[in-house]
Design a protein around this ligand. Structure first.
Ligand code: SF4
Length: 352
């Protein structure tokens, strides 16, 4: 790499473009250069998005899943997991409580569970919109017609992580779908006018810096409105039980590089990061992240949504969890956003 790393960071912070080779270089930087990368990402976040941190209330409404993703504790082959489904009324009441606590976005997340047909979800979205909530859905791969119905019911955003941009690795880890199919869903969601969220896992077996650079370039190409990046955490009841955890430092570098590439995207300081290292949520907020997704799922279900074990915040009541996160944000000199936190893209396009 002939170019000076400081020049690469400087140019990326200005132009929001990087080659794959440059990304690999940044992901391997250490010490002083890593600090420069994090500081540049933080400045880009501040310039485009300000100091506000958006809190999204996460409702994990079913841990049933028909899929067998090799890293996930909710995989249908995990017979040791006690399964639950929240009723539509329970989900609504949980959202109502989240609204009363101050949340202006709820994220409805579940395994791929066909029990909730398109009409049930659409009717729920309609009711939630009447509360003045922004609604994010994260219900996996569904048909175009289902996505359309939910969008027409008022759903604002859809989260569907691509997990890894390497098609072979994707197939090896996800026996039930292909990367192509997943990307097709993301394009359909885009066409329907959703604010689209995607993201990837850091530390999967078979991954390398080139794969991770492809993940970031894919997110850039998709021009996502949101992207979640978290470290891999092994679950004992999966085929990947003995694979080591993903690196927190590498995950933070991924967030920082993505902030340089996508200055307007909402990037969460993920729960997976906080699970591996308590302090990493604050670190992520200082290297490009601007979102936290506290779990507001009723306590009796929380620990059963076990994608990976010992998820941060699981044993803490929703009110206390929110208070602790607000304290963290305030201690960083940041503030909690009071609006619904829609993508600022349109606002920027209007003035440019
Ligand atoms: S990652 Fe999602 S789709 Fe795959 S098994 Fe887990 S919950 Fe199901």
């Amino acid at each position: 790499m002939g170019k000076n790393i400081q020049n690469i960071i400087f140019n990326a912070a200005k132009r929001h473009e990087l080659t794959k080779e440059e990304i690999i270089f940044l992901l391997s930087c250490e010490d002083f250069h890593k600090d420069s990368l994090f500081a540049a990402a933080d400045r880009v976040r501040e310039k485009y998005l300000g100091d506000a941190v958006h809190l999204r209330g996460l409702i994990e409404f079913s841990n049933y899943c028909k899929c067998s993703c090799r890293y996930c504790g909710l995989r249908c082959g995990n017979k040791k997991l006690k399964r639950y489904r929240m009723t539509i009324e329970e989900i609504y009441q949980t959202a109502l409580r989240a609204h009363a606590l101050g949340y202006r976005t709820v994220v409805l997340q579940a395994g791929e569970d066909q029990y909730y047909d398109a009409d049930k979800i659409a009717a729920l979205v309609c009711r939630l919109k009447k509360l003045g909530l922004a609604v994010t859905l994260s219900c996996g791969i569904r048909s175009y017609e289902e996505y359309r119905l939910w969008r027409e019911a008022g759903a604002d955003r859809y989260l569907l992580k691509h997990e890894t941009a390497d098609p072979k690795l994707y197939k090896a880890l996800h026996p039930d779908s292909s990367l192509e199919e997943r990307l097709d869903c993301l394009l359909q969601l885009r066409r329907l006018g959703y604010q689209v969220g995607s993201g990837c896992i850091v530390g999967l077996p078979g991954q390398n810096l080139e794969t991770l650079a492809s993940d970031l370039l894919l997110l850039k190409e998709l021009d996502v409105e949101m992207a979640g990046i978290g470290p891999f955490i092994p679950h004992p009841e999966t085929p990947l039980a003995s694979v080591p955890k993903g690196s927190v430092e590498l995950t933070l570098k991924m967030i920082a590089v993505l902030r340089l590439l996508l200055p307007l995207a909402h990037l969460p300081a993920t729960t997976a990061l906080a699970t591996v290292d308590h302090d990493s949520r604050a670190q992520a907020l200082c290297c490009g992240a601007n979102v936290v997704m506290p779990n507001v799922t009723p306590q009796k279900y929380k620990q059963l949504y076990e994608i990976y074990p010992e998820k941060a915040g699981t044993n803490v009541a929703s009110t206390q969890n929110r208070r602790q996160i607000i304290e963290l944000i305030t201690a960083l000199g940041r503030k909690v956003a009071t609006d619904q936190g829609h993508s600022p893209k349109e606002r920027f396009q209007a003035v440019s």
